[in-house]
Design a protein around this ligand. Structure first.
Ligand SMILES: CSCCC(=O)/C(O)=C/O
Ligand SMILES: [Fe+2]
Ligand code: NI
Length: 176
């Protein structure tokens, strides 16, 4: 289950309050119970095309159902780890996309630091296997790995697959 911390507050947001907070912030969240990712993937830092295809096969029906419900047309699978330093660097600084960032976490963990909808500060959402997160288009955010060494996710797209990033400058992003 995801964890949530609002910067500048001492107590983490927990339980059902996470979904309520995220909804207020315009971040879609749902939780898939029953992790079907084989343990063999726990220590993987890279995935072969065959392994990606296997994971997509395992989750095929759930992904297709989710995509149909929400209108996504295509998807792929990526892994981020210290073996993909270019990707970690690309997403590590504050940025936004022109489309929603739609992610189904299949393994590992990652932290999304997301700007509040009213622009007053940031919250940190730690997503793990079974978490489904949609960061809205044009919302400044950054990404880093969580305590796990990797982050395996399905990325879904309404149109053409793209994760072009636009730099978002905000000095207050660096204040914890
Ligand atoms: C591959 S999921 C996390 C990285 C990413 O795609 C992104 O845009 C982070 O902000
Ligand atoms: Fe992003
Ligand atoms: Ni992102």
């Amino acid at each position: 289950m995801a964890k949530l911390r609002i910067r500048g507050t001492a107590e983490p947001v927990e339980g059902s309050a996470i979904g309520i907070f995220l909804e207020e912030q315009g971040v879609y969240y749902e939780r898939w119970e029953g992790n079907h990712t084989p343990f063999a993937y726990d220590d993987r830092l890279l995935l072969t095309e065959e392994e990606k295809a296997e994971l997509l096969r395992i989750y095929e029906h759930r992904i297709a159902d989710f995509a149909k419900r929400r209108g996504y047309k295509q998807w792929d699978i990526v892994i981020l780890s210290d073996q993909t330093p270019d990707m970690l660097q690309k997403f590590g600084s504050l940025h936004y996309h022109l489309d929603d960032e739609v992610r189904i976490v299949l393994g590992g963990g990652g932290v999304f630091t997301i700007k509040r909808e009213d622009g007053t500060g940031y919250f940190e959402l730690t997503a793990v296997a079974g978490d489904v997160v949609v960061v809205p288009a044009r919302r400044p955010h950054a990404f880093r790995l969580a305590e796990q060494p990797q982050f395996i996710v399905v990325r879904l797209f309404e149109g053409e697959a793209s994760s072009v990033t636009y730099k978002a400058d905000d000095p207050s992003f660096h204040v914890n």
